[in-house]
Design a protein around this ligand. Sequence first.
Ligand code: ASP
Length: 589
Amino acid sequence: MLRSHTCGELKIEDVNKEVTLSGWVQKVRDKGGLIWIDLRDRYGITQLLIEEGRSDNSVVEAARKLGREFVIKASGKVIERESKNPNILTGSIEIDLTGIEILNASLTPPFTIEDNTDGGEELRMKYRYLDLRRQPLRKNLELRNRLSIETRKYLDGQKFFEIETPYLIKSTPEGARDFVVPSRMNEGQFYALPQSPQTFKQLLMVAGYDRYYQLVKCFRDEDLRADRQPEFTQIDCEMAFVEQDDILSTFEGMVKYLFKTVKGIDCAELPRMDYADAMKYYGSDKPDIRFGMKFVELNDVAKNKGFQIFDDAELVVGIVVEGCADYTRKQLDKLTDFVRKPQIGAKGMIYVKCLSAEQAGNGDGSFKSSVDKFFDQQALKEWADKMRAKSGDLILVLSGETEKVRKQLSELRLEMGNQLELRKSGVFAPLWVVDFPLLEWDEDSGRYHAMHHPFTSPKPEDIDMLDTKPGEVRANAYDLVINGVEIGGGSIRIHDRDLQKLMLKHLGFTDKEAQDQFGFLLNAFEYGAPPHGGIALGFDRLAALFGGQDSIRDFIAFPKNNSGRDIMIDSPSVIADEQLDELKLKVVK
Ligand code: ASP
């Protein structure tokens, strides 16, 4: 027998039991006559005790040969510890050892395998199997496992079928680049790895499987960031005979179920916000509504007062930062530097301090601003009234082109949220953003692109505008946003062949191109396609969010680095000439 118990389960009630544990040596402390070993496995850490003179000599000798990460089998009796450690589950006991067997030796690991490690990112990635031994990662994967089980339970309870779709497909245009796979049997031809199973899940609706889901790998050849990986997992879902409300309520149910079962949190009803309002009040289609600081547009009180910068601007817009009228020159300069950073790109920032009587040193308070030359006390009071700023508050204002200035102010709002610790971890504020535009203008190609994907249906009442004002057509599309992160998105789809063809035409496809690329879908729509729609949630992101972290990397067992490399297995890599020959491929250097 290699073990009678795990390293995470023995407690005070087990005192006097004879046990056998197996695991990895995390630490050996040799205090002359007394040796303590921390033995670790997936379940926890148990302390082993050896006492020179009292313990068997062979045990003492074996203990002195141990190094970090040796795999051992240890037998002995559970005893109560003299000094207890309340921080670990097994902290009241230790094992008085009667036998040690070394099952395998280990080289000294390149970094410490403890909760806080001294290993850098690259080194940990290279030895991922060692990094994965650390409890924080183990906990992340445990959370991920729980989430996947609860997701399946919920969807199963709602009569969804999990159906696998192929990984070797033909490219579906979802906005990103495809990873391609050469076909040996079809010279010069390539498969694409799915960016999502979009068209397949729609075909499953045509096939009559009216509730489909899949925890599925998707592949996108994009530039990487902390919350992106070239291969990632989605909870991909589709339903037939539904309208937008049916989907939102089904998946609102899932979100609430997951928060309840996995985090023990009761979620209130999810607010629904129009895309247009999200942009107007938060400058973002994924607003973090854990805190207020909603935008207030100031054109009517700020423009045409002789201040050129505002007069030239399309939009003057600000936020109220509560209780920050006492910000110093230095703090304000720092914020100005922040908005001027190239990634943000504002030219400058205007502030108004709404000073209390005490701060102003007079009887009734006053305003102090960076535009005092152009706006007198009365004018600034008008701003403050409009923004519902109270005395003691700080107003921050940006101006410029509407779209740009909203983005810039959104960054500033989030920065203030961070500085004032209003974006609390452990607080979750999910919402639906609905009524996205169907199309978005792409400067580079000089034409409209589908904002979600080409299969998203326009709102029926907006279809007439497709020809006249394409940019204003709204889609039956929605996103699930939690704490400023887009967790998922979906839409009601087009299920009518003619409308799908019209849509493709508006996206710049000729009839022939549409038929070549999407003939299979257009044809299927001729055989009784039901109304349908769906959603996909980013599973890695959901796990990271539930785990209270921004980066998805440590919620994936074997992730890739920022250049898309797996540095543990050293991939991507060159392949042998014979393989290239077989594929009839040539590498041109
Ligand atoms: N296929 C879409 C995506 O991956 C989601 C959906 O529309 O269901 O973003």
